[in-house]
Design a protein around this ligand. Structure first.
Ligand SMILES: Nc1ncnc2c1ncn2[C@@H]1O[C@H](COP(=O)(O)OP(=O)(O)O)[C@@H](O)[C@H]1O
Ligand SMILES: [Mg+2]
Length: 433
């Protein structure tokens, strides 16, 4: 079984700031290691370094046993690509290398009447495909397609990715990696878009796998149920907790206390050296024999200060989400016999100002459709979001209505925002509602 080993890894952003430094940890054989850290801490960047997509500015990364990679936004924003492209992206490198050539040769055979040269190229590509393990890979794709989509590979491999739900894409990719040959898996937020049963399935699959797995997650339950040790990326470096998530908070608190203790000791030592220096300074003023001791004390203090204090413990994040509006006894959302076509039975709903309502349901039951309908202003397209952001219409019968002067804000699950392409963050915020 494979492993990953990082030693003294440093990476800086193009603006010159160091994202992280002195990152060292090991994903041992069969270990299930979670990488956690705040948004923007650099987890995805660090995984890119592990997989070789990015080169570190310092330090080394080594691994053995073949590396399978699932990116954070697997399949997102590439909705027109067929499922087989996603599969090939996740295939072992030899298969990946031949797949493109085989598709090309196949295409040429299909269009022309097949010159001898084209036929030979096709035959060669087929032979290489077999050599690289391509047929085994096809069998694996079929197994996974049947398990996740309930259909044989031949019937689904050309489906555009956008016709699969986010959860289906993730589960497909995961199963392909878990059942594949790579002995080390690197998974960036594999639990995104998964509903609760699929998350439980993921935890189980990670636990039961004999592969070495490094994964990023923000879900406490996934962390608690799947990770055997935890690497935390914070304050520009990582530290490793050799236990599960259940004991992580205590480990972190203990670590912070040790930092504070080290800092206290440093301050005390600093104070002592200063007092010593001042004492010799006084003595040296009327006893020239003391001059060399005074100089020595000065040098010691200077060296101590140059070495600097131990690192401060990372600041606690203090995030307050401010949702405005108190309870007023006015209705904000009214649904009467609302039926989302092919998704729900008719239902009634009232949401009052100040309510906080969670919409729960399995993947594919229509939660996003429902929210999108409300974001459009409900059944009455004249109310709701302005025309800047055009949302796909939601087919429905019955009524969904917003209360008087209710202007919906809409935050959607996926990162698909074609309308953001080519615009800077400033432009997007400036023109926002
Ligand atoms: N191409 C880039 N140019 C400038 N900054 C970047 C670039 N890519 C990533 N970053 C920044 O690097 C930081 C780490 O990003 P990322 O690794 O995606 O974090 P995480 O996965 O932990 O949320 C973020 O502050 C992000 O804005
Ligand atoms: Mg990330």
């Amino acid at each position: 079984m494979g492993f990953v080993d990082l030693s003294g890894v440093r990476y800086g952003l193009s603006d010159g700031t160091t994202l992280f430094d002195e990152v060292s940890f090991r994903v041992g054989e069969g270990a299930k290691v979670a990488l956690i850290g705040a948004n923007g801490a650099g987890k995805t960047t660090l995984l890119d370094i592990v997989t070789g997509a990015l080169a570190p500015d310092a330090g080394t990364v080594s691994h053995s046993g073949g590396l399978g990679v699932m990116r954070q936004l697997v399949g997102m924003r590439e909705g027109e690509r067929p499922l087989r492209h996603l599969a090939v992206d996740l295939a072992p490198p030899p298969v990946r290398a031949v797949a493109a050539r085989l598709a090309l040769a196949e295409g040429r055979m299909g269009t022309g009447d097949g010159t001898e040269k084209e036929q030979l190229a096709y035959a060669q590509a087929l032979a290489d495909w077999g050599e690289a393990g391509g047929y085994e890979f096809d069998v694996l794709c079929d197994t996974v397609a049947v398990a996740i989509l309930g259909r044989p590979w031949e019937t689904v491999k050309d489906r555009p990715l956008r016709t699969l739900s986010g959860g289906e894409q993730k589960r497909f990719a995961l199963q392909l990696l878990l059942q594949g040959r790579d002995e080390v898996l690197v998974l960036d937020e594999p639990d995104n878009f998964l509903d609760v049963p699929a998350k439980r399935e993921l935890e189980q699959a990670i636990r039961d796998s004999d592969k070495s797995i490094l994964f990023v997650s923000h879900d406490r339950e996934v962390l608690a149920n799947a990770a055997s040790s935890i690497v935390t990326l914070e304050a520009g470096t990582t530290w490793t907790h050799g236990g599960g998530f259940a004991t992580w908070h205590d480990a972190r608190a203990g670590r912070h206390e040790r930092f504070e203790e080290l800092r206290r000791r440093w301050d005390e030592e600093h104070q002592k050296l200063r007092e010593l220096m001042l004492m010799y300074k006084n003595k040296a003023a009327y006893n020239s024999d003391m001059a060399s001791r005074y100089r020595a004390a000065q040098t010691r203090l200077q060296k101590f200060e140059e070495a600097g204090p131990p690192p401060a413990p990372p600041r606690e994040q203090d995030i307050r989400v401010k949702l405005e509006g108190g309870r007023t006894g006015k209705r904000a959302v009214i649904c009467e016999q609302l039926e989302l076509e092919d998704l729900t039975f008719p239902f009634d709903l009232e949401v009052w100002y100040g309510d906080r309502v969670a919409v729960l349901g399995a993947n594919g039951t229509g939660k996003s459709h429902f929210l999108r309908l409300l974001a459009q202003g409900g059944s009455d397209p004249e109310s709701g979001l302005s025309g800047k952001r055009r949302l796909d219409p939601v087919r429905h019968s019955g009524v969904a209505r917003l209360g008087a002067r209710v202007y919906p804000g809409h935050f959607s699950q996926t990162h698909e925002h074609p309308e953001f392409d080519g615009r800077t963050l400033r432009e997007i915020l400036w023109e926002g509602d």
